[in-house]
Design a protein around this ligand. Structure first.
Ligand code: PGA
Length: 248
């Protein structure tokens, strides 16, 4: 059985005062308790790790460079993220792909860098609105998965986050049917490529997850949690999403 995961992506938001939230988040009890991960900006990682001590919250980065060190002004390596005490890193988020021109092969190298530093890689994939309208979603997602996920993925080193670009920060979400169809296809591809490890890799849905829609999304068999942007900035919004996951 896959342990569920509620992951929050603060993006370029948050300050030291917001780290109090890390102590307030509660892990629901019981067999179904989800893992909780918060990804603050890199400048807050060290403080976030300290602030989440003795709490169920784990800390992750939002991106890492492909190289371990070197002349890459402004970047951070996976090893640097690991050294803060963080345990995971997002890679290939659509905002990175759009703002920084990251390609599938860049993202693949970042997954390898994350693994090399012993970080859980949360690989983000998703279609644009034009691709969705053109009925190309499944092909696009399959191609992204193939090209950006290296050989060697396991249930412990990798999480996939399916995030339709048009659903991120817009308040729009795919229908449950569309989510099920895409997640089932991702699961089938993972199992075909990685056998039992493919069955163990968690697949998160991301894009306008809110307390009001989380429970329905979590009814899907191959939705193993959520990657949450805007609603992760307030305890009052992310806690009910964590609770909905525990109840699913
Ligand atoms: P959102 O962002 O929840 O604000 O739509 C999700 C994400 O980009 O990971």
């Amino acid at each position: 059985m896959r342990r569920t995961l509620a992951a929050g992506n603060w993006k370029m938001n948050g300050d030291a005062a917001m780290l109090d939230a890390l102590q307030q988040l509660q892990a629901p009890g019981g067999d179904n308790a989800p893992d909780i991960l918060i990804c603050p900006p890199s400048t807050l990682l060290l403080q976030a790790v300290a602030a989440s001590e003795n709490s169920p919250v784990r800390i992750g980065g939002q991106d890492c460079h492909t190289a371990a060190s070197g002349a890459h002004t402004g970047d951070v390596s996976a090893a640097m993220i690991k050294a803060t005490g963080a345990s995971a890193v997002l890679v290939g988020h659509s905002e990175r792909r759009a703002d920084h021109g990251e390609t599938n092969s860049d993202v693949r190298a970042k997954v390898e860098a994350a693994w090399g530093a012993d970080l859980l890689a949360i690989l983000c994939i998703g279609e644009s609105e034009a691709e969705r309208m053109g009925d190309d979603t499944l092909d696009i997602i399959a191609a992204q998965l193939e090209a950006s996920l290296p050989d060697g993925a396991t249930g412990t080193n990798t999480v996939i986050a399916y995030e339709p670009i048009w659903a991120i920060g817009t308040g729009r979400v795919p229908t449950l049917e569309q989510i099920v169809e895409t997640h089932d296809m991702i699961r089938a591809r993972l199992e075909a490529r990685f056998a039992t490890q493919g069955a163990a890799i968690r697949i998160l849905y991301g894009g306008s997850v809110k307390p009001s829609n989380a429970a329905e999304i979590f009814t899907a068999e191959n939705v193993d949690g959520a990657l949450v942007g805007g609603a992760s900035l307030k305890v009052a919004d992310i806690q009910p999403i964590i609770d909905a996951l525990a109840a699913s």
